[in-house]
Design a protein around this ligand. Structure first.
Ligand code: F6P
Length: 383
């Protein structure tokens, strides 16, 4: 099943799981719309379905359903699993979708993380100053493609920087990411001027001063702000907390637009702020075909999930992408000792983001450079 926000390499996971299951003579069914499919017993036989791994989105469709919040959800899921005589589940999702799996500890499951938010995994910082950090699940599927997109959107070569300098604009670009700023951080590979992420609440007055200072020198600015960013008083830059989903997340209303409007008003006393704009690429981050890195690892993960379930070694496995000296490999992370999704929900820390400069740190850049290519540094020419 696939749940949560779709990402470009989902069909590639399903296609390769199908291929592996045909080779092993395993019957593979796909539940429709994530966990709803299991609760409602809605599924398709995948052996006869031809799947194009290059087409983004998910042929199995998606939903955001909490087993706990659905009346009888856990019981119905167990019942249908048993009634169909299944041996295991492959759950492909982000933090919310995967959290449901913790309600079914007796069902063999392989979890594959996909989310443009890149927030499923563990990063343990090493104590030594320049020490490497230990990273479990280097990236989540969909993040490489989205990271490439956001860095291109802000870049000089492919993105907004050209109109920003030509018109002396301040452009505030919104990134997805409710709690975690990985996607916003990855825009650093396209060289925006400031990045604001949810993990580090924004002292707005100080920020506005910094923006003005930079504008005086440079005459154009690109700011990236995550949708879930907050002010230091704890309130979201822009969210409707009265409208919450199954998992308690508020509906975000456009942090880029709110921040741009605020800067427009507050900096008007210094210069003509009519050219302060907001851009929200929104679902474009997760649309389209998967880039190579996503595609390659989606295929491997799909295949490995079937292999693992056919061996039935552990009950619940988180299938992760591990960094090797060169390239990546797949590693199984047993979930037997993990009590809830919170233990594998990761955030950007100070070693990857410098809140004083609103920018990625060298260590953060090193991490990202394994995933997304960096644009050339900006040469402003005459400006
Ligand atoms: O969970 C992934 C994600 O892309 C988040 O970054 C974003 O907040 C959310 O999906 C929005 O998705 P939707 O509008 O489909 O609920």
């Amino acid at each position: 099943m696939t749940g949560g926000g779709d990402v470009p390499p989902l069909n590639a996971v399903i296609a390769s799981a199908r291929e592996a299951s045909l080779e092993h003579h395993i019957e593979l069914v796909g539940f429709l719309q994530g966990w709803s499919g299991l609760i409602e017993n809605q599924y398709v036989e995948l052996s006869g379905v031809s799947i194009n791994p290059l087409i983004g989105g998910t042929i199995l469709k998606s939903s955001r359903v909490s087993l706990e919040k659905t009346l009888g959800g856990i019981e119905k899921a167990k019942e249908n699993f048993n009634r169909l005589g299944l041996d295991g589940l492959i759950v492909i999702g982000g933090e919310d979708t995967l959290s449901n799996s913790f309600n079914l500890p007796d069902i063999p499951q392989v979890l594959i993380s996909k989310t443009i938010d890149n927030d499923v995994g563990i990063i343990r910082q090493n104590d030594s100053q320049n020490g490497e950090s230990e990273i479990i699940n280097y990236f989540t599927l969909g993040f490489p493609t989205a990271a490439r997109k956001i860095s291109s959107f802000v870049s000089l070569r492919d993105g907004l920087r050209t109109t920003a300098y030509s018109h002396e604009r301040i452009i505030v670009v919104e990134s997805m990411g409710m709690h975690a700023g990985w996607l916003a951080l990855s825009s650093s590979m396209g060289h925006p001027d400031f990045i604001v992420i949810p993990e580090f609440p924004l002292n707005y007055d100080r920020f506005a001063e910094e923006v003005y200072g930079r504008y005086q020198r440079q005459k154009h600015i690109i700011i990236v702000v995550a949708e879930g960013a907050r002010f230091t008083n704890g309130s979201y830059i822009s969210a409707d907390e009265n409208e919450k989903d199954d998992f308690g997340h508020p509906r975000f209303r456009g942090s880029a637009e709110t921040l741009a409007n605020k800067l427009k008003d507050d900096l008007r006393k210094y210069f003509d702020t009519r050219n302060v704009n907001a851009v929200n690429p929104s679902y474009l981050y997760r649309s389209g075909i998967p880039l190579n890195l996503d595609l390659r690892w989606a295929k491997r993960l799909g295949r490995e999930a079937v292999n693992l379930l056919s061996r039935q070694a552990e009950k619940r496995i988180f299938l992760t992408i591990k960094k090797k000296e060169k390239g990546f490999s797949i590693a199984s992370y047993p979930l037997s000792d993990v009590k809830s999704i919170d233990e594998i929900h990761r955030f950007v820390s100070e070693s990857f983001y410098n809140p004083d400069e609103y920018m990625v740190t060298p260590e953060g850049k090193k991490y990202l450079s394994e995933i997304v290519p960096e644009y050339r540094e900006i040469d402003y020419g005459l400006t």
